[in-house]
Design a protein around this ligand. Structure first.
Ligand code: SAM
Length: 299
C-alpha cells in the first residue's frame, strides 16, 4: 500500500507518525531489551504533534544534507552511501531521504540508506518506512562503541546519539566512525547542549510530562488510536519521564563539543549553534542550544 504522503512533503517528510505508534507498540515489547519505554515514548510524543528530537533542527539539517548530497552526486558516478548511526524512530531517515528527494527522483534512486542502532525496534520502523517509499535500505543492530563491522559512507549522520555514549568513549567512537568515510565524505553531527541547570531540568521534565498528558487526552478523545491497553502505554510514558536526565554523554557547553570534534582526526568544516525555543504557554519556556557540525574527510 503506497504511502499517502510523499518524502518531499515539507510537513510530514513522508512519515506516518500514527502508524509508527501502532507498529512500535507491537515491536518494542518483543525487540527492546531495556529501552521499550524510551522507544515507545519517542514515538508516542511525536504522534501528539509535539516537537521532539529531530524536529528541532530539521530545516538546518535538510539544508546541510541537501548541499552535501547534491555536490557528492554531481562529483561522482554510482551509488551514494548514506549511513545513519543511531535513530530512535523514522525521524532521521525521513529527514535525510526528504533532503535527497528535493534533488529529484534520479538522485534518490542513486542512494542507499543504512540505519544502525543498538536496538532492532527503530530499525524495523525504518525498514517499514523505506519499503513504503521504495528506498534502497539496509540496517544493522550494532553497538557504536564496539561496532565490529565497518559501514563505508559518503555521508554519515549522527543525531543526538553521543549523549548516550560515555564521554570517555566518545573520542574513540568519533575516530572509528570517521574512518568509515570515503575520501571527501562528510559526517553530519547534531547534538543538544544541556547545561543541567535546575530550571532547565525542571523545564525538560515539565515538557515531557505535558506531552504525556496530551497523549493521554488525545487517546481518550480517540484522536490517537492506541492498539491494546492505553493505560499500559501511559505507565511506560510515566516511567520514561526522567530517562533523559541521566544520559552519560551530555555536553554542557558548545565549546566542550567543539573541542571534542576539533580534537578528532577529521577537519571540522562547519559548526553552527542553533537556539530552539522550548515550552511556552502554560509551560516553562526556555531556550535550548543545539550544535550542527560537519566533519569532512580529506580526498
Ligand atoms: C540517536 S539517539 C536520538 C535520536 C534522535 N533524536 C532521533 O530522532 O532519532 C537514540 C538512539 O540511539 C541508540 N543508541 C544509544 N546508544 C547506542 C550505541 N552505543 N550504539 C548504537 N545505538 C545506540 C538508542 O537505541 C536510540 O534508538
Amino acid at each position: 500500500m503506497a504511502s499517502t504522503n510523499h518524502l518531499s512533503d515539507p510537513v510530514t517528510f513522508g512519515e506516518d507518525l500514527a502508524g509508527n505508534l501502532q507498529r512500535v507498540l507491537e515491536i518494542a515489547p518483543e525487540h527492546c531489551r531495556d529501552c521499550a519505554d524510551y522507544h515507545i515514548r519517542c514515538v508516542a510524543h511525536r504522534a501528539t504533534g509535539e516537537r521532539f528530537g529531530i524536529d528541532f533542527d530539521r530545516p538546518e539539517l535538510v539544508a546541510v544534507l541537501g548541499d552535501l548530497a547534491g555536490r557528492r552526486l554531481a562529483e561522482r558516478p554510482g551509488r551514494l552511501d548514506i549511513v545513519i548511526a543511531g535513530s530512535a524512530d523514522t525521524g532521521v531517515l525521513a529527514t535525510v531521504a526528504h533532503a535527497v528527494s528535493l534533488l529529484g527522483e534520479a538522485a534518490l534512486a542513486r542512494c542507499r540508506f543504512t540505519v544502525l542502532d543498538l536496538c532492532p525496534t527503530p530499525l524495523l520502523l525504518c525498514r517499514h518506512f523505506a519499503a513504503e517509499h521504495g528506498l534502497d535500505f539496509a540496517s544493522a543492530a550494532v553497538d557504536l562503541t564496539a561496532p565490529g563491522e565497518r559501514f563505508p559512507a559518503d555521508i554519515l549522520v549522527m543525531h543526538s546519539v553521543f549523549r548516550f555514549i560515555d564521554s570517555r568513549l566518545q573520542p574513540a567512537v568519533l575516530k572509528e566512525l570517521g574512518s568509515w568515510l570515503k575520501p571527501g565524505g562528510a559526517m553530519v553531527f547534531s547534538n543538544r547542549i544541556k547545561t543541567r541547570t535546575s530550571e532547565e531540568t525542571k523545564a525538560d521534565i515539565a515538557k515531557r510530562g505535558a506531552a504525556n498528558a496530551l497523549f493521554g487526552a488525545m487517546a481518550e478523545r480517540g484522536e490517537i488510536k492506541v492498539a491494546g491497553d492505553p493505560g499500559a502505554v501511559m505507565k511506560r510514558l510515566e516511567r520514561a519521564l526522567y530517562d533523559d536526565e541521566s544520559r552519560v554523554g551530555e555536553f554542557r557547553t558548545a565549546d566542550e563539543l567543539k573541542s571534542l570534534l576539533a580534537g578528532g582526526p577529521l577537519p571540522l568544516t562547519h559548526f553552527d549553534e542553533i537556539v530552539c525555543e522550548i515550552g511556552g504557554g502554560d509551560r516553562p519556556r526556555y531556550r535550548r542550544k543545539r550544535v550542527l557540525a560537519v566533519l569532512t574527510a580529506p580526498g
